[in-house]
Design a protein around this ligand. Structure first.
Ligand code: PRP
Ligand code: MN
Ligand code: MG
Length: 180
């Protein structure tokens, strides 16, 4: 699997340190609030599962699965809900967790969709922010790392569903995506 990794961009130690810092910040910000951590399948799973164990507060977590119509690697902006929340969110503060904000189209849709359900608040925590690729104006409330426009995989991020289980963020060699 790792023969296609050109370099390690963010090591597992750096990930753990930054996720712990973010967890401490969220712990301070959400003290006394009814918190629902929302994981966006599938990419957010490793980040979310590490982050919730660094948030020292009572919380609930749930998942949504979204799919964008159109070309598989390019977001079209039209989002379909494949799996929705299981209950009303009117009494909770929602913290969306994402592995990456790229064009912003997914989040733009999701935030509007969630706000229409009248939660107490909606905020976003992302592991990675590729701000250079943004197509719509959306900025995460919490971000672990800002990264350049490179093809990154690992720690939840996939290429054709592979590499999600790498314990670090790596840059994929071009031959990996040109060979198929
Ligand atoms: C990726 C990523 C974000 C979204 C970001 O998910 O996990 O959810 O794309 O892209 P955007 O800012 O351009 O909308 P993907 O649709 O690849 O699904 P996955 O999480 O199952 O890999
Ligand atoms: Mn995703
Ligand atoms: Mg993906």
């Amino acid at each position: 699997m790792e023969e296609y990794i050109a370099k390690v961009l963010i090591s597992r130690e750096e990930l753990a340190k930054r996720v712990a810092e973010l967890g401490a910040e969220i712990t301070r910000d959400y003290a006394g609030k009814n918190l629902l951590v929302l994981g966006i399948l599938k990419g957010a799973v490793p980040f979310m599962s590490d982050l919730i164990r660094e948030i020292r507060l009572p919380l609930a977590y749930d998942f949504m699965a979204l799919s964008s119509y159109g070309a598989s690697t390019q977001s079209s902006g039209v989002v379909r809900i494949l799996k929705d929340l299981e209950r009303s969110v009117e009494d909770v503060h929602i913290l969306i967790t994402e592995d990456i904000v790229d064009t912003g189209l997914t989040l733009n849709y999701l935030i509007a969709n969630l706000k229409a359900r009248n939660p107490l608040s909606v905020k976003v925590a992302t592991l990675l922010d590729k701000a250079g690729r943004r197509k719509v104006e959306v900025s995460p409330d919490y971000n672990c790392f800002s990264i350049p426009d490179e093809f990154v995989v690992g720690y939840g991020l996939d290429f054709n569903e592979e590499y999600r289980n790498l314990p670090y963020i790596g840059v994929l060699k071009p031959e990996a995506y040109k060979s198929i």
